[in-house]
Design a protein around this ligand. Structure first.
Ligand code: SAH
Ligand code: SF4
Length: 390
């Protein structure tokens, strides 16, 4: 049974019409620069920056008043000048399988518009994965993806990308100080152990903001997630792939979905610009690639489209020589789609061929389907839920 909880009352403080710039999402250097503008003298700046960084990203505080190793005067000045906000929680839904989905409303952009995005938390026995968005909507138009039917609204800022992780830490009580009082997190000791950029949007079309946010996420004195536990998923923006490895340095997932250009052109139209051969060449050149650091190839199972044994064999051939994992994703249908999910037998046959070729090929179990939190079901569906709730 689905529980839909509206916890606006106890959700983190979102202050309407707050014009103070937020300190969340700034790089260390940008944070030091902001402190300079607030009059922190140069000789104290680095130390203050480190203290504030620790309070915001390690402790997860939401007000300057809590920063007890900073003088009262400075705390008051910071409080006047800056905020430490989170996106506003519109709804929090908890699936019968423990998956949680937040509908978040962003602060107004330059045009005064307040867009909404979704963030999903998927707890498992040994890990907890947070799926975050990088854009509102998407400029690409993959034919099987619901997000692709929406026009792009805008890129998320680094604040909004990092803010999703912070908000989730608030809601599942995953800040280091919470954990002392908390019931058992998964085996690894934290609730949120992994982050995947697999929500709405194409992360490599929002390169700079994603990069800054991932620096914060992986900063050892910050959100402290290892880059090996952060996965950036791209539909195949070839010119940015190697650069992403060099500059962002997270794990990489490629939305492959088709084994010939003819099929992939239909599913992922970006393939017309960057065909499979170029995409795989970029993958082979991905920095740091090894058997311990494999690329994940995502493959959505679409009935009668890309799911034959021949497809499976071609897939294996294509990936030869690339340290790879293959992730088969049962298609998650959405209203108005022309596609259906492959039959279970077909998926099993497909998986067997891949297994025999030496790939562990987990079929991604759809999670949170009852709250429409599964891949490719994000956003527009939730608007319906809200309409029903009203
Ligand atoms: N834009 C990026 C990341 C977000 S999509 C990308 O395309 O990689 C995350 C994953 O969900 C992608 O592999 C995408 O192809 C897949 N996906 C999209 N719609 C889906 C659907 N309806 N069912 C199953 N998977 C879907
Ligand atoms: Fe955009 Fe990814 Fe959806 Fe394609 S699959 S439309 S790139 S979000």
């Amino acid at each position: 049974m689905t529980t839909v909880i509206d916890r606006m009352a106890e959700a983190p403080r979102y202050i309407p019409n707050d014009l103070r710039p937020s300190l969340v999402g700034l790089s260390r250097q940008a944070l030091a620069d902001a402190l300079a503008r607030a009059g922190v003298p140069e000789k104290h700046r680095r130390m203050r920056m480190r203290q504030i960084w620790h309070w915001i990203y390690h402790k997860g505080v939401m007000s300057f008043a809590e920063m007890t190793d900073i003088s009262k005067e400075l705390r008051a000045r910071l409080e006047e000048t800056f905020s430490i906000t989170r996106p506003e929680v519109v709804t929090e839904q908890i699936s019968s399988d423990g998956t949680r989905k937040w509908l978040l409303r962003l602060a107004p952009d330059e045009r005064g518009q307040r867009h909404e995005i979704e963030t999903v938390y998927i707890p498992e026995e040994d890990r907890g994965t947070l799926c975050i968005s990088s854009q509102v909507g998407c400029t690409l138009t993959c034919s099987f993806c619901h997000t692709g039917t929406q026009r792009l609204v805008r890129n998320l800022t680094a604040e909004e990308i990092a803010g999703q992780i912070m908000l989730a830490r608030d809601r599942v009580e995953d800040w280091p100080d919470d954990l002392e009082a908390n019931p058992k997190p998964p085996a690894s000791g934290r609730y949120i152990t992994n982050v995947v950029l697999m929500g709405m949007g194409e992360p490599l079309y929002n390169f700079d903001h994603v990069k800054t946010a991932m620096e914060i996420a992986s900063d050892g004195e910050g959100l402290s997630l290892s880059k090996r536990r952060i996965t950036l998923s791209t539909s195949g923006v070839v010119p940015e792939i190697v650069r992403a490895g060099d500059e962002i340095g997270t794990m990489l997932a490629i939305s492959l979905h088709g084994t010939t250009d003819e099929i992939r052109n239909k599913l992922v139209p970006l393939n017309k610009k960057y065909p499979i051969a170029e995409l795989l060449a970029a993958c082979r050149a991905y920095p740091g690639l090894s058997n311990a650091r494999r690329i994940t190839f995502e493959y959505v199972m679409l009935k009668g489209v890309n799911d034959t044994p021949e497809d499976a064999k071609r897939l294996v051939k294509l990936l030869a020589g690339i340290p790879a994992k293959i992730n088969l994703i049962p298609f998650n249908p959405w209203p108005g789609t022309q596609y259906e999910c492959s039959d279970w037998d077909t998926i099993e046959t497909f998986a067997e061929i891949i297994n025999k070729a030496g790939y562990a090929s987990p079929v991604r179990t759809p999670r949170g389907r009852d709250i429409m939190a599964a891949c490719g079901q994000l956003k527009s569906e939730s608007q319906k839920v809200r309409a029903r709730e009203r």
